[in-house]
Structure formats: structure tokens, C-alpha cells
Write a protein that binds this ligand. Structure first.
Ligand code: BES
Ligand code: MN
Ligand code: ZN
Length: 496
């Protein structure tokens, strides 16, 4: 495997350390352990800092090659910014990502990072390590020749005085990282490799870590009357799947939390075909399903004390002789009839049956769906916030807080009777598109018909699942958005 990373924690740097890293506060000089290290070089810190313009801002670096007085090959001094700049947990992850970027740029292999500063608790160290791991992620399995982008293997030892409680905190945070990386890889995979059946096969492997997985075939779905999901799937050679994942981490009779994901492995738009420009990005139209699957992995890995179900609707939206068409009227599992006015508004049809099935079967205390549902969400909020639709203020505030903590941002959007009017149909109970106006909102209104009154939140991740410019913790196209924020929400509000 390429780009491996081995992380360790100890009081002292290992003997074979080639790259030693110390931190310096903004407008400061090395202190404590960092000072002891620097003094061995016999160099004038202020003079060197001035000559390279180092002020200790995050991202600033002094790179001392073959330092005299030290056994290592390289001493890297990194800026850690002002005190208080690291109050948000996600700021620590960013710092870990920024560290990894420097280590890769300098081709570091055996690294020790001296951490000796106020306010360092296990959770922050875990964030730092998580950020480093997230930044290290590459999706380059399809390149037969690799561009030069850092060493193949790297070990990083974080050195701190007090390592008590670290193993637990780090393992816990790494469970979330694993879920995020799983989601990224699922989104990055091309649709010729990852169809509904292949995706279901990957989800099925979560049974190895204690998740109960069931897979429904088109016949199973037809038996249950899932006419909306199946209408989308009917134009594809590749059969649909509905995957049900259950994690039991709490008492038997605790109603579960339910997470529902849109899993359109490729969205051509169907007969209402999309323009050619950027259509390749529609391999990521299963970002909601990827996040739900990654989340189930996280919950199982960290043995979360919660009951959770993940339901993902996996289909391909193709233009073909068997495709559904504009004007068709289909009947959802709920019994509602839907007039198809645009076959490119397919995600809500998949979710309609997935939501109904979920509330009908599990009676969850809460349902949250994630979907790359509307281009309008991307237009409204760009890549920095997902659109959150939820009529319950307590759930909304909890989700917004989790977004703030993790850096996976959310922004609340409205419901209202005027929007509902836009999806009234001339022939059926509702139609599947309200047209150009308020596209994300009318999509949410459509979904609301299928939540059946169960407390429910809808998160439109069309802008956040992929395509963001590189960040401190991610340089890959897919972001894995959703795993961290939902994990945080569960921890803070639904675990005892
Ligand atoms: N998968 C798309 C939405 C999308 C667009 C996600 C760009 C990510 C990036 C969705 O199925 C779609 O096509 N939505 C239409 C709805 C319209 C036909 C009512 C849209 O947003 O234009
Ligand atoms: Mn579409
Ligand atoms: Zn779509």
C-alpha cells in the first residue's frame, strides 16, 4: 500500500529519528522541550527566524538540514500561531494536516514531533494525529506511474510528557478517520468499478466488525412496493440494491437512530439528460450513501453505545430504452403517487422509498438523510456548508453545534407552505421537481412527505461531498463529509 503512516506516542523521541519537529508560538521563541532541542544546535534562533521570515504563524517553517549538535538529519520548526487560536477541536486537526504537508514536502520518513505546550489534552493530541492521517490520504490506485508526492512510508512519533489516556482518545478518533476515509474512497471510485452491487458488497464487509448487514434485491423491493426507487433504476443494466446496516451498541429496546443515504452510483440525468460538462463528477452522486456507510463503520470500530441503522438506496440513473420518462406516474412504497417531471430529480425518488421503509420497519427516534441532492445547494452555499433542513429546533441546534466542532459546516434552510405549492402535481399527489426556484427547498419538501412525521433532518451535501479546493486535512477530490459531524452529533447527544 502506498502512503502508509505509522503513528506512535511516547515520552521521548525514538533513537532512529531522522526528522525532529518542534513548535514555536507566534512572535515567540522555542520554549521548554523545544528550547532544549534548539539550544543543542548552538544557533541564534532570532537571527534565523528573521532571515527566513518566520514569525510563528501557522504554516511558517524553519527547515534546518543536518543540524550540528543533534543526532537527527533535519530539525523542522513549525509555527503554532497565537494562544487561543486552537480552541476549536477542528483547529487541531488542521494543525495535524499542516504538519503532514510539511513532512511530505520534506520527504520525512522517521519523524518525532515534540509536543510541549499548555492546554494539551488527549483529545487535542488525537485531533492532531487524525488531521495528519487525513492529510496523508491519497486516491492514486489507478495511476501506474505516481507523481512525486511524498515518501511511501512514514512513521510519526508524537512526544509528550503525559501519555496517559492517549491510546483510548486516539483509537476513538481514528475510528472516525477510518469512516471518513472509507467515504472518500467510495466517492472517488469510478462508476464502472463501483455499481450498486459492488457498493453493496463493500457495505456487506462491515459484518466483519459487528454490523448486521442485509441486502435487498429489486425483487425484494418490488415486493415492498418501492416504485419510486425502482423507477430510477429501471434504465440501468445494473440492478439496484437497498442495503440495511444495523449497529447494536445500546439496550435491545432502545429505538435506533436512522441514517439514510442517497446512493446514485452515476447520475446521467436519465432521459432529462445532463449537459456533458463536468458530468464525470456524477460518479460522486452516492456521497450520501458513502457517508452513511462510513459512519456505520466508525460506530462499529469505536463500539458506540447507541443503536443505529444505516439504509442506503443504490441505483444508477441511466438514459436507455427502459428508462423512466417525464410524465410517468409512479407509486412510492408509502402509497403516494408521484408525477415524474424531470428524470434528473432522481435522488428524492430513491430517498422517498428508503425513508418510508426505514420509519416503517424501525420506528427510529430520529432519521437523518444525507444526499448530493441538488445543484442548488452548491449554488447557494458553495463547498463550505451543507444545507440542513429540519423543523425541530433542538435537533437543528445539536447538528449545527456538531458542524462547528468538527469543521463540517451546516447551514439551516427553511420550509414553508409557498414552497409546498411548487411541487403540487396536475395528475398525481405530488411531482418530483418544483423547477428552478428554491431547488434545494422544494426537494426537502418532497422528502418530508416520506418521513411520516418521524423527527427528521435532511442534509443536502451536493456542495460538500466532493470538489472542494484542497484543505489542511484533505487534498483528495472526495471529502468524506458527513461522517465526522454525525459521529459528533451521536456522541454528544445519543450516547450514555
Ligand atoms: N445529483 C444531482 C445534484 C448535484 C448536482 C449534485 C451537482 C452535486 C453536484 C441531482 O440528482 C440533480 O440532478 N438535481 C437536479 C434537480 C432538478 C432537476 C430539479 C438539479 O439540481 O439540477
Ligand atoms: Mn439528478
Ligand atoms: Zn443525482
Amino acid at each position: 500500500m502506498s502512503h502508509e503512516l505509522f503513528l506512535a506516542f511516547s515520552k521521548l523521541p525514538p533513537a532512529e529519528t531522522a526528522t525532529l519537529v518542534i513548535y514555536v508560538a507566534q512572535d515567540g521563541a522555542p520554549e521548554g522541550e523545544a528550547k532544549a532541542v534548539w539550544e543543542k544546535t548552538g544557533q541564534d534562533f532570532a537571527k534565523i527566524a528573521k532571515s527566513v521570515g518566520f514569525t510563528g504563524k501557522p504554516g511558517h517553517m524553519i527547515d534546518l538540514v543536518a543540524p550540528s549538535g543533534l543526532a537527527c538529519e533535519r530539525l523542522i520548526v513549525l509555527g503554532r500561531g497565537k494562544d487561543g487560536a486552537l480552541d476549536k477541536p477542528s483547529a487541531w486537526a488542521d494543525r495535524g494536516g499542516s504538519l503532514m504537508a510539511k513532512l511530505e514536502a520534506t520527504h520525512a520518513r522517521a519523524v518525532a514531533v515534540i509536543l510541549d505546550e499548555p492546554g494539551l489534552d488527549p483529545r487535542r493530541v488525537a485531533e492532531l494525529a487524525a488531521g495528519a492521517r487525513l492529510r496523508r490520504y491519497r486516491f492514486d490506485k489507478y495511476r501506474t506511474s505516481r507523481p512525486e508526492n511524498g515518501p511511501e512510508q512514514m512513521s510519526v512519533t508524537f512526544c509528550l510528557k503525559d501519555v496517559a489516556g492517549l491510546d483510548v482518545a486516539v483509537a476513538d478518533r481514528m475510528a472516525v478517520v477510518e469512516g471518513t476515509l472509507m467515504a472518500r474512497t467510495l466517492v472517488n471510485e469510478p462508476a464502472n468499478v463501483l455499481g450498486p452491487v459492488e457498493f453493496a458488497g463493500i457495505a456487506n464487509r462491515l459484518s466483519d466488525i459487528g454490523v448486521t448487514v442485509e441486502i435487498l434485491t429489486p425483487d425484494d423491493m418490488a415486493d415492498r412496493g418501492m416504485g419510486a426507487l425502482l423507477a430510477v433504476a429501471q434504465g440501468s443494466e445494473r440492478p439496484a440494491r437497498l442495503v440495511v446496516m444495523q449497529w447494536h451498541g445500546a439496550g435491545r429496546d432502545d429505538a435506533p437512530l436512522a441514517f439514510i443515504g442517497k446512493g446514485v452510483v452515476f447520475d446521467t440525468g436519465g432521459v432529462s439528460i445532463k449537459p456533458a460538462a463536468n458530468m464525470e463528477e456524477m460518479k460522486g452522486d452516492m456521497g450520501g450513501a458513502a457517508a452513511v456507510t462510513g459512519l456505520m463503520k466508525t460506530l462499529a470500530l469505536r463500539k458506540a453505545k447507541v443503536n443505529a441503522v444505516g439504509v442506503i438506496g443504490l441505483v444508477e440513473n441511466m438514459a436507455d430504452g427502459r428508462s423512466y420518462r417525464p410524465g410517468d406516474i409512479v407509486t412510492a412504497m408509502s402509497g403516494k403517487t408521484i408525477e415524474i417531471v424531470n428524470t434528473d430529480a432522481e435522488g428524492r425518488l430513491v430517498l422517498a422509498d428508503a425513508l418510508w421503509y426505514t420509519q416503517d420497519r424501525f420506528r427510529p427516534r430520529l432519521m437523518i438523510d444525507l444526499a448530493t441532492l441538488t445543484g442548488a445547494a452548491l449554488v447557494a452555499l458553495g463547498h463550505d456548508n451543507a444545507a440542513l433542513f429540519c423543523e425541530d429546533d433542538a435537533i437543528t441546534n445539536a447538528l449545527l453545534a456538531a458542524g462547528h466542532e468538527t469543521g463540517e459546516g451546516l447551514w439551516r434552510m427553511p420550509f414553508g407552505p409557498g414552497y409546498e405549492k411548487l411541487i403540487e402535481s396536475r395528475f398525481a399527489d405530488i411531482k418530483n421537481s418544483g423547477g428552478r426556484k428554491a431547488g434545494s427547498i422544494t426537494a426537502a419538501h418532497f422528502l418530508r412527505h416520506f418521513a411520516n412525521g418521524v423527527p427528521w433532518a435532511h442534509i443536502d451535501i451536493a456542495g460538500t461531498a466532493f470538489g472542494a479546493s484542497p484543505s489542511e486535512t484533505n487534498t483528495s477530490w472526495a471529502t468524506g463529509y458527513g461522517v465526522a459531524v454525525l459521529d459528533r452529533f451521536i456522541r454528544d447527544h445519543h450516547e450514555r
